[in-house]
Structures are given as structure tokens and as C-alpha cells.
Design a binder for this molecule. Structure first.
Ligand SMILES: [Zn+2]
Length: 278
């Protein structure tokens, strides 16, 4: 599933095309109307067509297009959703669910945003911008300036759960999923199945630093492609080969040569080094 670095990579790819552009047509292909939450396809189209995209924001794993009519078009890519920037001549492939035609004074001819989604879990919705925060996770974005070590410490101390569960909880911090939780725990040297309330302030400091480092490194690599994530131009990210533990069970730890283990924890495959993490 795309996590913060993948969604941010998509956002950065879309920005030069969508900012200031006008949505001419929003076509959701027949049979895929369910991806639009709490609205019909017709109502969605009527809301977005003819509006300008004034901002493209991201919160955690959500993309938020702020429109000139005071609405926010909120997209969650879920497992396999992908936006591709293309020309109007882009042929429709079997996983295409929708396409948005946009025009802008800064380029000609029109650009098409193709929305592909193999697994069909991606969601779109349109809400008044003042209600945007009701629809996105309450936790701060993991790369936001207001996400602080003290904020993380307070939340972890107040929970009676494991570190892995806590970091997957988007009300604690938004943007992390299975890959980057495992990677951040490794970088911090803390086992993901530790109880959060037993973590020392120093450990939380290491964890906080590790979250930022892990996400920023992955962003530099254009995100992690596991299964079928691609950026806005159809190009996979290069961060998987840089993972230290994720999907490396049975392989040697690059730091200590021990064998990376995989356990089932918090309902998820969880990878860690038994020597580097305690
Ligand atoms: Zn190790």
C-alpha cells in the first residue's frame, strides 16, 4: 500500500500539471461509481467540473485537491490506486477506473489524469473544505513541523499497545504503514512488539528521529515499489532495495549479520533484527 513517501511522490509529480488548472471533465467509468463515497457519480461530476484546482495537499496517505468552489476532493489510493499524468490520447487499460481532463493556460493541449486501481479499494470524496479534517486522520502528518517528539511521547505513553500497533494508528501519526513502521523501528533499534508505555524518553527520541530519516530517505528514492506502486509518470520507486528489514526475512542483517526475522504482529507481517533491536 502506498504510504507517506509514495503519496508525496505522486503529489510532487502532479503539482506542475494540476495547480491552477481547470477540471473540464471528470469521467468515472461505468461500474466503478462505488469508489466515490457518499455521492453519486453525477453529483461528483457536477461538483468538480468547471472548478480550478487551487492547491494539492497531502495529509498522511491522503491527497487533497482544494477546488475553487470551496470544496476539497479527497483521494485515498489504498492498496493499488495510482494517478498517471498523460495526454488525451492515452489508451484505456483494463485497470483504469476514471479519468480527469484538465486544461491550463500554462500548457496545451489538455492533460488527462488517469486513475488506475487494480484492487479497487481506492476512494474519492468531495466535501466542503471546512469539513476536510473530519475525513482525514486526526494524527499529525509524520513530516509536518507540528509533529514533535513530545507529541509522540505523550501519545505512546497513553496507549496500552505495542509500538507497531501504535505507529500504524493514523490517530497517533499519519502516513506510516507496514513498510516504514518496520524500517523506523529497525533504525531506532527497538523491537516493534515492545509495549509503548515501557519505552524510555531516549527511545522515543530515537524513534522520532528514525521516522523522519526513514521517510525522507524513501522520498529521495521516489518511494518504495512493492507490488505495483508507480509515480505520476508510471515509474516505480527505488526504495525497496534500500530497506533494511522489510521483506528481508531470512536474509542477513546489513549491520550485524544476524538473520532478519518475520513474525505476525498486530495482524501484519512484521520484520526485525533480533540483535540490533531490543
Ligand atoms: Zn542486526
Amino acid at each position: 500500500m502506498p504510504e507517506l513517501p509514495e503519496v508525496e511522490t505522486v503529489r510532487r509529480g502532479l503539482i506542475p500539471y494540476v495547480l491552477g488548472s481547470t477540471i473540464q471533465r471528470a469521467m468515472v467509468h461505468r461500474g466503478f461509481g462505488r469508489m466515490i463515497k457518499d455521492s453519486s457519480v453525477k453529483a461528483f461530476r457536477e461538483t468538480v467540473e468547471g472548478t480550478q484546482i487551487e492547491e494539492l495537499k497531502r495529509h498522511g496517505k491522503y491527497l487533497i485537491f482544494r477546488l475553487s468552489n470551496g470544496r476539497s476532493w479527497i483521494v485515498h489510493l489504498r492498496m493499488t490506486g495510482a494517478f498517471l499524468v498523460s495526454s488525451g490520447h492515452h489508451p484505456r487499460d483494463r485497470y483504469e477506473r476514471a479519468r480527469i481532463k484538465i486544461t491550463s493556460p500554462s500548457y496545451t493541449p489538455e492533460v488527462v489524469l488517469v486513475f488506475n486501481d487494480v484492487r479497487r479499494f481506492g476512494t474519492w470524496e468531495c466535501v466542503p473544505t471546512e469539513h476536510e479534517t473530519d475525513r482525514i486522520p486526526s494524527g499529525p502528518d509524520a513530516l509536518a513541523i507540528h509533529f514533535t517528539r513530545d507529541d509522540l511521547l505523550g501519545k505512546l505513553r497513553s496507549k496500552d499497545t505495542s509500538l507497531k500497533s501504535a505507529l500504524l494508528d493514523q490517530a497517533v501519526v499519519a502516513g506510516l504503514g507496514n513498510i516504514y513502521v518496520d524500517e523506523a523501528c529497525f533504525l531506532a533499534g527497538i523491537r516493534p512488539d515492545r509495549k509503548t508505555k515501557n519505552l524510555s524518553a531516549q527511545e522515543v527520541q530515537r524513534l522520532y528521529d528514525a521516522i523522519g530519516t526513514t521517510l525522507n530517505r524513501a522520498l529521495e528514492q521516489g518511494g518504495t515499489s512493492f507490488r505495483n506502486y508507480v509515480n505520476a509518470f508510471g515509474i516505480p520507486g527505488g526504495a525497496l532495495s534500500h530497506c533494511q528489514v522489510y521483506q528481508r526475512d531470512g536474509e542477513y542483517c546489513r549491520i550485524c549479520d544476524s538473520t532478519i526475522l518475520k513474525i505476525k504482529h498486530a495482524g501484519r507481517g512484521t520484520h526485525y533484527c533480533p540483535v540490533c533491536q531490543d
